[in-house]
Design a protein around this ligand. Structure first.
Ligand code: FAD
Ligand code: SF4
Length: 533
């Protein structure tokens, strides 16, 4: 065999797997579709879309992917280090209640087992309480108090090196996390740029911890390499090993390659793993994958709204997500920002419009736009043009723990019938959270700004999410799940799924810590090398 394990994808699930398997003495390869990023090649703003957006067919080789579906607009990362390069570093543990609902309920004593895996993930990722509060966080705190929810306001827990208390920002320190085995770090300067990749060495991305340690211990990372096929050797159940086929994902040299291994960890994110597993099932490479594949995909019940205050103070400083509070029992709001100059997301912003989704809301939106343009032409243009959007906006990331899910299947879209692609099915996901919209309006009124939402929510009744989860439900058997409670794919030996696709509930908080903790748990049950897998 070329390797003991091949890990598909280097995000949260992939990097944890690579590190733990290498530590156990296995020979590990990580196949990653995205590029490797360093402070030197990260873009300075997101107007440099060729280094921000991932669409290699169009020559765009960035780390941020945006995929439209009928039910939801999905944002996700694509890089060595997966979503950690573009994510906003916020790592929160969800409430205990999430283990009582969803397909994983009753499959393990989650409440007893998970705390120690969360603790390990928190230590490995260097999670700390945010000390760098920006103006947007102060505004959110005042608004939470005004709303009567001041007690629930909190500083986020973030995977950022903020340096010793009282020391100046931007200083370099030897590895503060792994007793000298990790890379040196620099203390955060609070530039708000985390979602554009940290150019200052302060963000604890996976290539600075789990993946770094895995590579140091011998794991081989193949960047710009896409896995397109996984087949059991000898057409068996995989107990004799697998052959894994890869192709270059960009114009990097090299053609289709074959690698052999004893086991595979699918960690290509909820969307990536669903896409790959559907194709493997349908083309007969892994035909025994459960029919539950693609069921119960969740969006974390999310809505992105905000307030823009032209000409006010610079709202872009601080950490990407610096603080949050609970609007009510189910609704959680975080103050989010892009760094000054990274205004491209402003192209998706428009004025917040009330009313139920549908044609009525579009008409209302058009009417309010026209009337606003007639009454206050200069102010309206200032709000709608994207330039200055990041400095002038506080983005409110709203998440709910309420249940709700869609399904995904491979199908041919009517507008492009030449290729089967993932498509979403099921009941529509609410595009607006009325109480969150009301909060945005009140906040805008209080700070003299204009409440905003995403144009896709109004025009297409499609919410945006950066937290796509589920699709490989856990179950007691292949009849009711794709994987078991130890992340093992039903029907095959030594195949694991360790990424957002196994999350079985709307967490109501950002999911990466839970993906790490679940992967830590799955990996802790694999014996060291030379034992039976
Ligand atoms: C802008 C933004 C901000 C976010 N902020 C937060 C936050 O603050 N906190 C939080 O918890 N979460 C946040 N998230 C979500 C977080 O990034 C994801 O939940 C997390 O990265 C998912 O982890 P994963 O292990 O499932 O996969 P990922 O981290 O997405 O990694 C999967 C990797 O697999 C690769 N891949 C896919 N298919 C293949 C293939 N066929 N072959 C080879 N490689 C493949 C992809 O390129 C990708 O790099 C944010 C997301 C975005 C987009
Ligand atoms: S705020 Fe700036 S320096 Fe701090 S982690 Fe984010 S990008 Fe890096």
């Amino acid at each position: 065999m070329d390797f003991d394990f091949i890990v598909v994808g280097s995000g949260f699930g992939g990097s944890v797997s690579a590190h733990r398997l290498t530590e156990k003495g296995y020979r590990v390869a990580v196949m990653e579709m995205g590029r490797r990023w360093t402070p030197e090649n990260l873009p300075t703003t997101n107007w440099k879309i060729w280094n921000w957006i991932w669409r290699p067919g169009l020559g765009l080789r960035g780390f941020f992917n945006i995929d439209p579906f009928r039910h939801v607009l999905i944002m996700h990362g694509c890089a060595v280090g997966g979503g950690s390069i573009t994510y906003a570093n916020t790592l929160l543990a969800p409430g205990d209640g999430i283990w009582e609902s969803g397909s994983w309920a009753g499959l393990a004593d989650w409440k007893a087992e998970m705390p120690r895996h969360y603790e390990t993930a928190v230590r490995m990722l260097g999670v700390t309480e945010n000390r760098i509060m920006g103006p947007a966080d102060d505004i959110l705190q005042r608004a939470a108090v005004e709303h009567g929810a001041g007690k629930s306001f909190y500083r986020t827990r973030v995977a950022v090196f903020e340096g010793p208390e009282g020391e100046a920002p931007g200083l370099t320190y030897p590895d503060p996390y792994f007793g000298g085995a990790g890379p040196q770090r620099a203390s955060c300067i609070g530039c708000g740029g985390c979602m554009m990749g940290c150019r200052y060495g302060a963000k604890n991305t996976l290539d600075q911890n789990y993946l770094y340690l895995a590579e140091k211990a011998g794991a081989q990372v193949f960047a710009e390499t896409k896995v397109v096929d996984v087949r059991p050797l000898d057409n068996s159940d995989g107990s004799n090993g697998y052959e894994v086929f890869t192709v270059p994902s960009t114009l990097a040299p090299g053609g289709r390659r074959r690698h052999t291994c004893r086991g595979v960890v699918f960690a290509a994110s909820a969307l990536g793993t669903l896409d790959l597993l559907f194709r493997l099932k349908e083309k007969g490479s892994l035909p025994r994958i459960s029919v539950q594949l693609g069921n119960r995909v969740r969006t974390n019940c999310e809505s992105l709204i905000g307030v823009r205050v032209p000409g006010g103070e610079d709202l872009s400083t601080g950490i990407a997500i610096g603080s949050g509070f609970y609007l009510d029992e189910y609704t959680h709001i975080e103050a989010t920002r892009y760094p000054a100059g990274s205004d491209a997301m402003g192209l998706l912003a428009t004025v917040l419009t009330g009313g139920e989704p549908g044609r009525g809301r579009i008409a209302l939106w058009l009417r309010s736009l026209v009337s606003s343009l007639l009454r206050h032409p200069w102010r309206t243009i200032r709000i709608l043009h994207p330039f200055g959007w990041a400095r002038e906006s506080i983005i409110l990331l709203c998440m709910q723990t309420l249940d709700g899910h869609i399904d995904m299947r491979l199908a041919r879209p009517w507008f492009w019938p030449f290729r089967r692609v993932l498509r979403s099915y099921g009941r529509r996901i609410p595009t607006f959270i009325p109480q969150a919209n009301q909060f945005a309006r009140k906040l805008a009124h209080a700070i003299g700004g204009t409440p905003m939402s995403m144009v896709t929510e109004i025009l297409f009744d499609v919410p945006g999410t950066a937290h796509i989860l589920g699709g490989c439900p856990m179950g007691a058997s292949a009849e009711d799940g794709v994987v078991d409670s130890r992340n093992r794919l039903f029907g095959y030996e030594n195949l694991y799924v360790c990424d957002g696709s196994v999350i079985a509930a709307n967490l109501g908080v950002n999911p990466s810590l839970t993906i790490c903790a679940l992967t830590e748990r799955a990996m802790s049950q694999i014996p060291p090398a030379r034992g039976e897998l």
